[in-house]
Design a protein around this ligand. Structure first.
Ligand SMILES: Nc1ncnc2c1ncn2[C@@H]1O[C@H](COP(=O)(O)OP(=O)(O)OP(=O)(O)O)[C@@H](O)[C@H]1O
Length: 260
């Protein structure tokens, strides 16, 4: 079973902004792993480091390792990560606005042409609305549909590990819920998922394991259900106040701080 592993990763933008400090995390085969944290905590930077896109943001790995099974991905360019099976859905759902849905999907299969038709059919099964709109330009899709297309495009590269950066950002709750269900289904069909989310409640429901980043360091990590029950996570990331009182029926437990 192949694990995506990040070990002691330190990343800096230019010479002065150290965005990650000795971050370690693992995505075991078949799991959904969530990374939570407030603005600027370093969530996007982890994704960029794994997907080999730091260089486009004038950032570099100072120390540490990234590997997928036996393959060392530390500092590798994006195409090597993709070839290893580690694929990120486009950041900020950057679909090709002027291309049709189908053309966008075809673009995602570049480099993985064999079996592309079958994978496209699977994407259409996961997202029936994309099948209905296959001939339509991506610019005409709603925000949620564009997110579906971004995920569909990543799936066209036949990922073993799918990297998702804030897939529910800016979506209405119902649409966010549909995206969440699809992430679960993608995982059920055998793809591991590393999910970065500000929507901690949603991420903790989906994930088996979660990491909380705080100013570039892993502050907590452990089983998602335990994190969801911890006072600190509930207060800081789930918006639950101390005064929630008797109406607040969710289980409350004190969580020991895990070491990173
Ligand atoms: N292109 C960049 N140039 C310089 N500093 C950057 C750049 N991108 C991010 N940073 C800095 O790196 C740190 C981590 O940012 P990052 O975007 O990874 O956090 P994040 O947890 O994804 O936050 P958000 O939820 O706001 O996207 C922040 O201090 C941020 O200001």
């Amino acid at each position: 079973m192949t694990t995506l592993a990040v070990r002691d990763l330190t990343v800096a933008y230019g010479r002065s902004v150290r965005a990650l400090r000795r971050v370690s995390l693992e995505v075991p085969a078949g799991e959904i792993v969530a990374v939570l944290g407030s603005n600027g905590a370093g969530k996007t930077t982890i994704m960029r480091a794994i997907s080999g896109t730091l260089r486009f943001h004038r950032a570099a790995i100072e120390s540490g390792e990234i590997s997928y099974g036996e393959r060392r991905l530390t500092g590798a360019p994006a195409h090597r990560a993709v070839a290893a099976g580690v694929v990120q859905a486009p950041e900020g759902r950057r679909v090709f606005a002027r291309l049709t849905v189908e053309e966008n999907l075809r673009a995602g299969a570049l480099g993985a042409a064999r079996g592309a038709a079958g994978r496209r059919d699977r994407v259409f099964e996961l997202f029936p609305v994309l099948a209905e709109r296959r001939g339509q330009r991506a610019a005409l899709l709603s925000g949620g549909e564009q997110q579906m297309l971004a995920m569909g495009r990543a799936l066209m590269a036949a990922p073993k590990v799918l990297l998702l950066d804030e897939p529910t950002l800016g979506l209405a709750p119902l649409m966010a819920e549909r995206i969440a269900e699809t992430i679960r289904e993608i995982n059920r069909q055998g793809t591991s998922v590393l999910l970065v989310e500000q929507n901690a409640a949603l991420a903790l429901r989906l994930a088996g394991t979660a990491y909380v980043l705080d100013v570039g360091e892993v502050a907590l990590h452990g089983p998602a259900a335990e994190l969801a029950a911890s006072d600190e996570v509930r207060r800081r990331y789930l918006g639950v106040t101390e005064e929630a009182g008797p109406l607040d029926a969710a289980p409350r437990r004190t969580l020991a701080r895990w070491s990173a």
